[in-house]
Ligand binder design. Structure first.
Ligand code: ATP
Ligand code: MG
Length: 171
């Protein structure tokens, strides 16, 4: 099964991120992420066997992480797949540290796929027609988090949807 580790936004923030996605889509076109799919990927694990997935559920359920606040104050773009995202002006040090810590532990469990760089971001649009975010109001959101989740990504005829398999203990 296809898995990743993510922060999922609290309901109030989800609505605000959705409003940013609407504003971005009006400007850039493309496919808007549905509100229920908005997230921050901490680590993409890819295809994982059932037995390893069960071990990951157990690991996530025990791994409390430091709570934090992420300031979302910038638009961003990834040229190649035409992604428009919201995130920080620079990679948030606490999220980068969390990403590193998670990958240290994942690698000690034998998982592979650690990326060479990590830019914390929330994807709002896919396949944007115009990668132009100039002129959009500057985002100003704060994301308070105290846990992360293990998510299964399921692709069917209607596209991808996410199912939460486990979350870390809240701090
Ligand atoms: P689809 O690929 O069908 O458009 P999706 O991208 O939402 O749907 P996944 O591809 O399963 O679903 O990705 C889940 C999360 O992991 C997303 O945040 C995605 O950006 C991220 N992701 C996917 N592939 C990679 C990768 N190779 N490296 C880093 N992050 C990835
Ligand atoms: Mg994908």
């Amino acid at each position: 099964m296809r898995l990743f580790l993510a922060l999922m936004p609290p309901p109030s923030l989800r609505g605000r991120l959705g409003a940013l996605a609407d504003a971005a889509q009006a400007r850039c076109g493309g496919r808007r992420m549905p509100d229920e799919s908005l997230h921050l990927t901490l680590a993409f694990l890819g295809e994982v066997e059932e037995t390893r997935a069960a071990a990951l559920v157990d690991w996530v359920s025990r791994l409390a992480v430091p709570p934090g606040e992420w300031r979302l104050n910038a638009w961003g773009r990834f040229q190649r797949p035409g992604i428009v995202w919201v995130g920080g002006q620079a990679p948030d040090p606490s999220l980068v540290a969390l990403h590193c810590r998670l990958w240290d532990e994942l690698e000690s469990q034998g998982l592979e796929g650690r990326p060479s760089r990590y830019v914390p971001h929330v994807t709002l649009l896919r396949r944007a027609e115009r990668l132009e975010t100039e002129g959009l109001p500057t985002p100003a959101l704060t994301w308070r988090y105290n846990r992360f989740e293990l998510i299964q990504s399921i692709t069917d005829a209607r596209g991808s949807r996410y199912v939460s398999l486990a979350h870390s203990p809240e701090r």
